[in-house]
Design a binder for this molecule. Structure first.
Ligand SMILES: *Cc1c(COP(=O)(O)O)cnc(C)c1O
Length: 346
């Protein structure tokens, strides 16, 4: 069952909303035993890379596209650091509506680019950063009457609330800490809205602290200033002027949470720890929360024994180049058994 069917009563859907799905949502929530011991907390990972296009974007995209179809949109348009375009292109293909995606030229991970092209979207690389591409996409939507499916589209954030609902159902409560990477700041805002909605419905009695992690080179919510030239290896959060900044600030303030930033080196180290000690391969942006928890542990600011959930927003396979730049190459041998034994024992 997809997000719309599973949560129809909690979402703004009508009889006329098409019940489209590619099987998004209902992703695993996995307890990371080894890393929990290392950090002296109970650490859970929400594997959003298990969504149909490999990132959490599908939860909101299915709602945005369903509503666009309900409203008779002729085409979809979005700007993207990669995953929004992959997701939009997938749902557009399934619904057979045209889709235009604007990407910052040269700054999109290889897997994501391959996805948008394979799903048959019209892919346009803009020589500019994401923030500029988004301005252009908004203008195109306005002039041409296309549906914009960036997180400025309110249905995106509605669908993304479903992640919070699933976590509460799996744990039987909200976590103490909710740790999440922050780029355009839609997801942290959607999770907070989802938790609050569950509290109002009496399904949980305590709300989590919202802990938002950015990359040092793209940390407008940490510095309090827009960042004109965002730079980070975590391309999914390479955003200098987050559209949902106001909502994200509210989430952090209301939950006594915080924004914090981590370096690219800390992100890459966390990515390798998550893969090699947890068995979960997530893309660099998704590893900012683990990098942040490790940093807070070192600073003595991670309370012992808390239950924390990290949102692993995207699949590691999306960015093979960054991964390969961090790890060694395979040992190559000839086809002799002796050589094999030598390497295995070496
Ligand atoms: C989009 C994205 C983010 C950032 O989410 P926002 O809602 O823009 O804050 C983080 N990680 C991945 C993998 C993403 O695709």
């Amino acid at each position: 069952m997809g997000v719309i069917d599973r949560y129809a009563e909690l979402l703004p859907v009508t009889d006329k909303t098409p019940r489209i799905t590619l099987g998004e949502g209902s992703t695993p929530l996995v307890h990371l035993d080894g890393i929990s011991r290392m950090l002296e907390i109970e650490l859970w990972a929400k594997l959003e890379g298990c969504n149909p296009s490999g990132s959490f974007k599908d939860r909101g995209m299915v709602m945005a596209v369903a509503k666009a179809l309900e409203d008779g949109a002729k085409a979809l348009v979005c700007a993207s650091t990669g995953n929004t375009s992959a997701s939009a292109a997938a749902y557009a293909a399934a619904a057979q509506v045209p889709c235009f995606v604007l990407l910052p030229a040269g700054k999109v991970a290889l897997g994501k680019l391959a996805q948008a092209l394979m799903y048959g979207a019209k892919v346009i690389a803009v020589r500019g950063n994401f923030d500029r591409a988004l301005e252009m996409a908004r203008e195109a939507a306005e002039r041409e009457g296309f549906a914009i499916v960036n997180s400025v589209n309110p249905y995106r954030l509605w669908g993304q609330r479903s992640g919070a609902w699933e976590i509460c159902e799996a744990l039987g409560r909200a976590p103490d800490w909710h740790a999440i990477p922050v780029g355009n700041a839609g997801n942290i805002s959607a999770y907070w809205a989802g938790y609050k909605q569950y509290k109002e419905l009496g399904k949980i009695d305590k709300l989590p602290r919202m802990m938002g992690f950015q990359a040092v080179g793209a940390a407008p919510l940490v510095t309090g200033q827009p960042c004109p030239n965002p730079e980070t290896i975590a391309t999914a959060i390479r955003i200098g002027n987050p559209v949902s900044a106001h909502l994200a600030k509210e989430a952090v303030a209301q939950s006594s949470g915080e924004f914090n930033s981590v370096t690219d080196e800390e992100i890459l180290a966390a990515q390798y720890i998550l893969s090699s000690k947890g068995g979960v391969f997530a893309e660099p942006a998704s590893c900012a929360p683990l990098a942040g928890l490790i940093k807070l542990k070192k600073e003595g600011r991670l309370p012992r024994g808390i239950t924390a959930v990290m949102i692993l927003t995207g699949n590691g396979l999306k960015d093979p180049d960054t991964a390969m730049s961090q790890v060694g190459r395979p040992v190559e041998i000839g086809d002799s058994f002796d050589e094999l034994m030598e390497v295995m024992k070496g």
